[in-house]
Design a protein around this ligand. Structure first.
Ligand code: MG
Length: 250
């Protein structure tokens, strides 16, 4: 069931989104060769807790950290570790959720560690832009398939592939609500978008095959072919005046 939010609830989500965005970009500023992914996770947790908020992911389904940190061929759900030290040329996807006053904000960004290859930069640029192509279509009267189709068309035109096994989602008082928001789809198909819907749009885009597999830790999800993957996400509200991004730093 899709839960529509009032303007007041959307304003509360905007505050949660602000904390989530700032935590994400504090961690992003610390991405450099020699830093461990656990250090990045600590930055996220401390920032969120200092704001009187709670990391949405910590303990969610048993996840052991505050941020998912997914390096290079890791698509999503990478577990931060003191043993994982970033190197020049890595791409580092950080996914952060924060809960403030009963509402979640969920966002992700893939950061470059030092100088990265031209190919890696192109993947980041395309994935980031595909998120905005999706957001543009999060308009009342459209359908969920319009969002996914916009993302899919943008990245496939650049010979990248859209991960199928994981999708975006409604978000609000719960981290994951209805509807599912795939990053692929058919225009005019799926749930109709209504003012008051709040959703996380989160393209996960691969350099090679769209196929992924989950490692033995039951979390870390990697590309089946070992090629790179990138991930960008915003929580947005569908409003009478168009889509509004809730996960902004200011
Ligand atoms: Mg999400």
């Amino acid at each position: 069931m899709v839960i529509l939010k009032t303007a007041r609830e959307i304003a509360a989500m905007r505050e949660a989104g602000r904390v989530s965005s700032r935590a994400l970009h504090e961690a992003g500023k610390a991405v450099e060769p020699g830093v461990s992914t656990l250090e990045l996770d600590t930055i996220v947790r401390r920032y969120i807790e200092k704001q009187g908020a709670a990391p949405s992911f910590l303990g969610y389904g048993g996840f052991p950290a505050s941020a998912c940190i997914s390096v290079n061929n890791v698509v999503i759900h990478g577990i931060p570790s003191a043993k994982q030290i970033l190197k020049q040329g890595d791409i580092v996807s950080i996914d952060v959720g924060a809960m403030l006053d009963g509402y979640h904000g969920d966002n992700a960004y893939t950061f470059a560690c030092g100088d990265i290859s031209k190919e890696a930069q192109a993947l980041l640029d395309a994935t980031k832009q595909s998120l905005y192509e999706g957001i543009k279509n999060a308009v009342a009267g459209n359908r969920i398939g319009d969002i996914g189709n916009a993302v899919q068309r943008y990245v496939e035109a650049r010979s990248y592939s859209v991960v199928r096994d994981y999708v975006g989602h409604g978000v609000g008082a719960k981290l994951h609500e209805d509807p599912s928001v795939p990053n692929y789809g058919t225009p005019g198909r799926g749930v109709r978008l209504l003012p008051g819907m709040t959703i996380a749009i989160e393209p996960m885009i691969n350099q090679g095959t769209h196929k992924v597999r989950v490692l033995d830790d039951d979390w870390t999800t990697v590309t089946a072919d070992g090629k790179l993957s990138a991930h960008f996400e915003h929580t947005i509200a569908v409003t009478p005046n168009g889509p509004v991004i809730l996960t902004l730093p200011d």
